[in-house]
Design a protein around this ligand. Structure first.
Ligand SMILES: Nc1ncnc2c1ncn2[C@@H]1O[C@H](COP(=O)(O)OP(=O)(O)O)[C@@H](O)[C@H]1O
Ligand SMILES: [Mg+2]
Length: 398
């Protein structure tokens, strides 16, 4: 294959391996920073031209420019496509039908001598069964929110008891560490050691800006070190949530595979919203399930499902709406994972995930249910006992 193949060439090649011929191809979207394209393709089994035999697929084709040393964002993206490809080809086929994901018909991952690469996947077209695209911003219906929680508890619960089967030495490190690692070729990479793209180890630059931002309430609340502490609250929260290889960390018993980019833009649902499927597995890796929930609640759950007040108080304890949603997820998670997770420990994890998510948004920019998130974190951080418990847990005395 040439170094920059066209979508047509790639689609034809991948379909031929499955005895299929390309019938049509339409580019539906460009990927981030022009790194590739998403195309809708139709195909028929070789030799058949009848419309009734036509199948619909999505081609995700990634042809990025060469990696530049120390460019964290670029490196994160490039690695993310390899992670997604690994997920679709090795992990997705293991999922039960109760946790639907796209099927990968075929994929390619080639690295060229000039530093460029071609990564491509042909995926089943989810819109056939799930015609409603989760819209941008905060507009999920309550049926969609519940279905999203059930999908997530099924996904997290399924991987929870299986997570130790993964070869820890092949997990992808935070971007700038991963590129320093010798002797790891692309074909050996699996999923992220730390799922998501907002964790502190890959947001140090943003964190430093927050620490220097005297205008922000969150600058000192999250980044200053009090008394004899060697870490700020944000650093403690991050240390708590960081999966380790090999590890004896406070989250060892609870960590699972997380989706890493849970939001309304990365899901499709059935007409009534009760059946739902997530896609975009570029940031899948280890972590606590509540880290996926922190983003979902802030960015995609309607505020009215979290609070009933017209105006949100400055400091907000957990309200009944938030609690119901969490309980639904928590019951589903324990059920699928067939493991115990005490409500108190679960809530502690949830609160740490909220603090960590706020640290990212405060350093990067806020969107979504900002007032709710800030008021919740003010409440969490106002509890001196909570802060002590976090410090103890991080220092290994839980
Ligand atoms: N399996 C699929 N079936 C149908 N549409 C898909 C599928 N995968 C991706 N898409 C479409 O392509 C768009 C971009 O895909 P995504 O994987 O989220 O990449 P990115 O977020 O990097 O642009 C989605 O918003 C969706 O419209
Ligand atoms: Mg996406």
């Amino acid at each position: 294959m040439l170094s920059a193949p066209s979508p047509n060439e790639v689609a034809t090649h991948l379909l031929a391996e499955k005895g299929l011929s390309l019938q049509s191809l339409k580019v539906i979207q460009s990927l981030w920073a022009g790194y590739g394209q998403i195309c809708h393709i139709t195909a028929t089994p070789d030799g058949l031209l009848d419309a009734k035999d036509t199948q619909s697929y999505i081609l995700k084709l990634i042809t990025p420019p060469p990696t530049r040393a120390n460019d964290e964002g670029h490196t994160r993206k490039i690695l993310s496509y390899q992670v997604e490809q690994y997920f679709y080809s090795h992990l997705a086929p293991q999922l039960p039908s109760s946790v639907p994901v796209a099927k990968c018909l075929g994929s390619v991952n080639e690295h060229h001598a000039n530093g460029t690469s071609t990564t491509a996947m042909v995926l089943s077209d989810l819109r056939q069964q799930y015609p409603i695209a989760g819209e941008k911003r905060n507009v999920l219906s309550s049926a969609q929110v519940n279905a999203a929680l059930d999908w997530l508890s099924g996904f997290h619960g399924f991987w929870w008891p299986r997570i130790n089967d993964l070869d820890k030495s092949l997990l992808v490190l935070p971007p700038l560490e991963e590129v320093q690692r010798d002797g790891h070729d692309a074909s050996e990479k699996t999923i992220w050691l730390n799922g998501g793209y907002t964790y502190l180890a890959t947001r140090r630059t943003e964190y430093t800006s927050l620490a220097e931002d005297s205008e922000s309430e969150w600058s000192s609340a999250l980044t200053s070190r009090s008394g004899s502490d060697t870490q700020s609250i944000a650093e403690m929260a991050a240390a708590f949530l960081t999966p380790a290889i090999p590890g004896s960390t406070p989250i060892d018993h609870y960590q699972t595979l997380i989706h890493g980019d849970v939001k309304s833009e990365n899901l499709f649902s059935s007409k009534f919203g009760d059946q739902l499927v997530f896609y975009d597995f570029q940031y899948t890796g280890l972590g606590l399930g509540v880290c996926d929930l922190a983003k979902l609640f802030t960015c995609s759950v309607p505020l009215s499902m979290l609070v009933t007040q017209k105006s949100i108080p400055h400091i907000l304890p957990m309200q009944v709406g938030e609690k119901w949603l969490l309980e639904r997820y928590w019951r589903g998670l324990k059920n699928t994972g067939e493991r115990d997770y005490s409500w108190d420990i679960f809530l502690f994890h949830w609160e740490i995930a909220l603090v960590d998510w706020l640290r990212f948004q405060a350093s990067w920019g806020f969107w979504g249910n900002t007032e709710w998130l800030e008021a919740r974190v003010r409440h969490i951080l106002s509890d001196a006992e909570w802060r002590k418990a976090l410090k103890r847990a991080v220092n290994g005395h839980i």
